[in-house]
Design a protein around this ligand. Sequence first.
Ligand SMILES: NC(=O)c1ccc[n+]([C@@H]2O[C@H](COP(=O)([O-])OP(=O)(O)OC[C@H]3O[C@@H](n4cnc5c(N)ncnc54)[C@H](OP(=O)(O)O)[C@@H]3O)[C@@H](O)[C@H]2O)c1
Length: 434
Amino acid sequence: MEREIRVGLCGCGVIGEGVVTVLREHADVIAARAGAPIKLTAVADKDPARLEIVRAQDPSIALLDDAFEIPKRDDVDIVVELIGGVELADRLVRAALDAKKHVVTANKALLAERGGALFALAEANGCDLYFEAAVAGAIPVIRVIRESLASDHIRSVRGIINGTSNYILSSMANEGAAFEDALKAAQEAGFAEADPTLDITGGDAGHKLAIIAGLAFGARVLPSEIPTEGIEQVDPRDIQYARNFGYVIRPLAVAERLRSGALDLRVHPALVPEGDPLAYVDGALNAVAIQGEMVGPSFLSGLGAGAGPTATSVAGDIIDIAKNSLAGAPVRTWHLPSEGDQKIQAIADLSSRYYLRFSVQDESGVLAALSGKLSDSGISIEKMVQDADSGDAGTASIAMLTHHAREGDVRDSLRAIDNTHLTTAPTHLIRIVE
Ligand SMILES: NC(=O)c1ccc[n+]([C@@H]2O[C@H](COP(=O)([O-])OP(=O)(O)OC[C@H]3O[C@@H](n4cnc5c(N)ncnc54)[C@H](OP(=O)(O)O)[C@@H]3O)[C@@H](O)[C@H]2O)c1
């Protein structure tokens, strides 16, 4: 073994502490696979208590309270950015690249918002910028799309890429939990952040989907361009109706290249047929289903978050960079297309089947009137059930599955229906993905 590869860690929170543990406890196997020992030389965190935990494990590691001191150090070859956020992390990664340090990050928000500029800077400085842990934690989706399937035309990527949302919907389905109780349980189990907004509104999955679209389709997409809906709108009644129709509701992210060349990108809860592999991905698990022209369908599943799984992905990137460095290999940055923008299909133009739940007056003629209005808009019903509402006298629920229809037409029709006396509350719509 020629020399050691030295790592500086910025941020020693949930994932950072996991990286300290993996590098220490798996030092032998990491050195064997990297071809040299990987030495954690410096750790920075604002919280002295976190640094004390590191000191107790290895007093030789330099401990700092400011992450920006890490890229300046001569005893650091690879900077690991785990402070999170966008602005500060952007400055930190730039500082590291400007100092000619390779970078590993798990920061999906940063890469989704600023990835293009950061990869260009990495290339200009002759540095690697690795990010396997940014999408689906321990599942090696980045390497699979970027390397294993590099020769194929990717048709679609569909995934459950937010474990918190999946945990909540699974608890609602399996234990009959209310949304708020399921969220509380997810926080207590350590799956959801104290502020779970980005998870339950679909924002976190949107960040990851923007990265996936870049890898799979060479598309330069910002999260704000991706039609995104969270899981807050899902009611226990929807889960029950979906089950009766033979479906489960999963928090999905979809990226597909359409025949027109446009991209269908979206994040939303979806009805998935009970026999679909994604329907079996329960609790905090993540999964990604990739369809390629040559490769056909492939399916990856595993833990998408948490210290151990995510830190393992980070350590895998460190090993890869170490091997590149030891071999004197040129860097392997992620090339984004420089020309033109990708057209993203407007959600109104989506052709899909839909689950609809109407809250209606429990009167004769309502069902016929509803069906007539949908039919007038070219929306045909595949299946339907009607139940008297248990709580509210005089009201009923009608749940139905439609055949394929254009979403803009469905939305217009529902808007018109909800403006009549027929419905007593806004109609619920959930897309069906199959
Ligand atoms: N948690 C997961 O399961 C998971 C999974 C995949 C990817 N990720 C990504 O991994 C990254 C880290 O996540 P995490 O869950 O480990 O976050 P975390 O627990 O909040 O850890 C971040 C740590 O960095 C510290 N910090 C922030 N700014 C700093 C600065 N300027 N100098 C020194 N220390 C600083 C924070 O201190 P204070 O708390 O005092 O601010 C905190 O201790 C994020 O980008 C996240 O999206 C997380």
